[in-house]
Write a protein of this length. Structure first.
Length: 165
């Protein structure tokens, strides 16, 4: 009986979510998974850690012109069928593009498209990169009319530098 209860508790603890939330000022840098990020405004960062993945959700503190989700992928390799994956990236996306760039020492695969969500015209980017044996992606959405954010996100200015793991 005790072994069964212990086994159930051990399994359920592996799916327990650990949440943290903090305010990050525009001038501050955010260190996540050994990588440094900066943002164009004061942001609220909600980090979530599960036993098999970690994510960070970044929201502007004062208005809603952008939204970012950083995620460490729970994969040993990025060996998925690219054609099937690419068709599912953007739901009803317009002006889809794909390119590979080198930013701050990282080779990043970037998918770009425009989307309409909740009657808002958004620019959407999906950044996928590997660092060592780990794989990451960043979903970035911002309002299309905010050209200042377009320069910031399209050029990768949010990735400040690469730290050690």
């Amino acid at each position: 009986m005790y072994r069964t209860v212990f086994f159930i508790l051990a399994i359920s603890s592996s799916f327990t979510t650990i949440l943290s939330q903090k305010l990050l000022l525009k001038s501050e840098k955010f260190l996540w998974e050994g990588q440094e990020f900066s943002f164009p405004a004061n942001v609220v960062i909600k980090e979530q850690s599960l036993s098999f993945e970690t994510t960070a959700h970044i929201y502007p503190a004062e208005s809603d012109p952008f939204f970012i989700v950083l995620r460490k992928l729970p994969l040993n390799s990025l060996s998925f069928e690219r054609d099937a994956y690419e068709s599912e990236i953007f739901w009803h996306g317009k002006n889809k593009t794909k390119e590979t760039v080198n930013i701050s020492g990282l080779t990043v695969l970037i998918y770009r498209a425009e989307q309409i969500r909740n009657q808002n015209l958004l620019k959407a980017n999906l950044w996928i990169w590997s660092k060592g044996q780990n794989h990451y992606w960043a979903w970035i959405f911002w309002r299309k009319e905010r050209t200042d954010l377009e320069d910031f996100f399209e050029k990768g200015l949010f990735i400040r530098s690469v730290g050690s793991e």
